[in-house]
Design a protein around this ligand. Structure first.
Ligand code: NAD
Length: 360
């Protein structure tokens, strides 16, 4: 099995999470050979803690290392676009954390640049990798559900003053947005994997929980391309963190409600699937039987990344799907700030194509 040599770039919270819950579990597939961090104290601490031999404060140095196959970009959001672009120019594959870029324009730029590069980028959406979500996605893809009627999606998490001690958080210039951009982006990605493309959005947003610039509460009403309706709620002010996803299809209702430390893990079981008529149960059981997961969260996504890179196969999370997440954010921001509903798709003619925030 070909081992990929990886450089982790930005050695903060998510980098440690990626290492412990991803790369460290897949030592047969990956060698994290280098870490890169502008803060030298943090660099040494990270390299020491995880036993990484190569260390540098310069991303340019990483891209010049001939034996590095791929970079994992774990820097704050405002750094992602230039780093991904530079990786593609240097012929290095990349994993890039969410939110992928600060605008649809920059997203389209990466999509265009990737077409000219021998390297490829996989956006991080590790919430997709878990047995429960993968099972219901297979069920929905089977078509057994029939028509989707409505979806209700609630991301009710908790963040307080300690979370906003990190200087880049809470500010438009560096975090690029609040709960919609940083937290519920994952849950809305899962939602769109099951419910398909969004056609129209009406929305409100507010900052009510923390003294920050960006939104920490939002609601949106959606009409989907298939004609179904959806409601999205997101807050960082829920005393008991929870995530709830409910999809009412013609032939069954599927639901997941998870709490506390499980709130960010809706991909785990149990998902409940309630058939509209008892005789449908047999078909549902058959459609979900023998289902095997790729692995959990980062380990699942990284295994998939390795398989695609070494097997020259398409990634199972695409740049177009990262764009879809940013397009929903752009539509919600625009609808909430204008008071008008917003139609998708959003292209270069839209006034918020260069950035969802009105100051851009
Ligand atoms: N997928 C997830 O579940 C998940 C969870 C948390 C954070 N994130 C995302 O990961 C990214 C990082 O978040 P975090 O919480 O780890 O932030 P963090 O502040 O803990 O870490 C970011 C690190 O990047 C370093 N850095 C900044 N610019 C750099 C540069 N040019 N070169 C090298 N290092 C640089 C910073 O010094 C810092 O140590 C954000 O985009 C965030 O939204 C994703």
């Amino acid at each position: 099995m070909l081992k990929l040599k990886i450089a982790i770039v930005g050695c903060g919270w998510v980098a440690g999470n990626q290492f412990e819950n991803g790369f460290a579990l897949l030592r047969d597939l990956f060698d994290v050979a280098v870490c890169c961090e502008i803060d030298p104290v943090r660099l040494d601490a990270f390299a020491g803690k995880y036993g990484i031999a190569g260390r540098t404060t310069s991303y340019a140095d990483v891209l010049a290392m001939p034996d590095i196959d791929a970079v994992s970009i774990c820097t704050p959001p405002s750094e992602h676009h230039s780093m991904v672009r530079a990786a593609l120019a240097a012929g290095k594959h990349a994993l890039c954390e969410k939110p992928f870029t600060s605008s649809l324009e920059l997203m389209d730029d990466v999509i265009a640049v990737q077409k000219t590069s021998k390297a490829r980028v996989m956006p991080i959406f590790q919430y997709r990798y878990g047995p429960g979500f993968e099972r219901v996605r297979a069920l929905v893809r089977s078509g057994l559900g029939g028509k989707l009627y409505v979806s209700s999606i609630e991301t009710a998490w908790l963040r307080g003053a300690a979370y906003y001690q990190v200087p880049w958080r809470g500010k438009f210039a560096t975090e690029l947005g609040g709960v919609l951009v940083t937290q519920s982006i994952h849950i809305h990605d899962l939602f769109m994997c099951l419910a398909g493309p969004v056609a129209k959005v009406a929305a409100f947003k507010a900052t009510r929980v923390n003294p920050i610039e960006v939104e920490d509460c939002a609601v949106a009403s959606l009409q989907m391309k298939d004609g179904s309706l959806a409601s999205l709620t997101a807050t960082l002010g829920s005393a008991r963190p929870s995530t709830r996803m409910r999809f009412c299809f013609e032939n069954f209702t599927i639901e997941r409600h998870c709490f506390d430390l499980e709130a960010p893990k809706p991909a785990l079981e149990p998902w409940t699937i309630v058939p509209m008529r008892p005789e449908l149960q047999r078909d549902i059981d058959a459609a979900t039987a023998g289902f095997e997961t790729n692995g959990l969260f980062f380990a699942g996504q990284f295994r998939s990344f390795h398989r695609s890179v070494t097997g020259d196969r398409p990634f199972d999370i695409t740049l177009e799907e990262a764009r879809r997440a940013l397009e929903l954010i752009t539509a919600i921001y625009s609808a909430a700030e204008s008071g008008q509903s917003e139609s998708l798709p959003i292209d270069s003619r839209h006034p918020r194509y260069k950035g969802w925030h009105s100051d851009r």
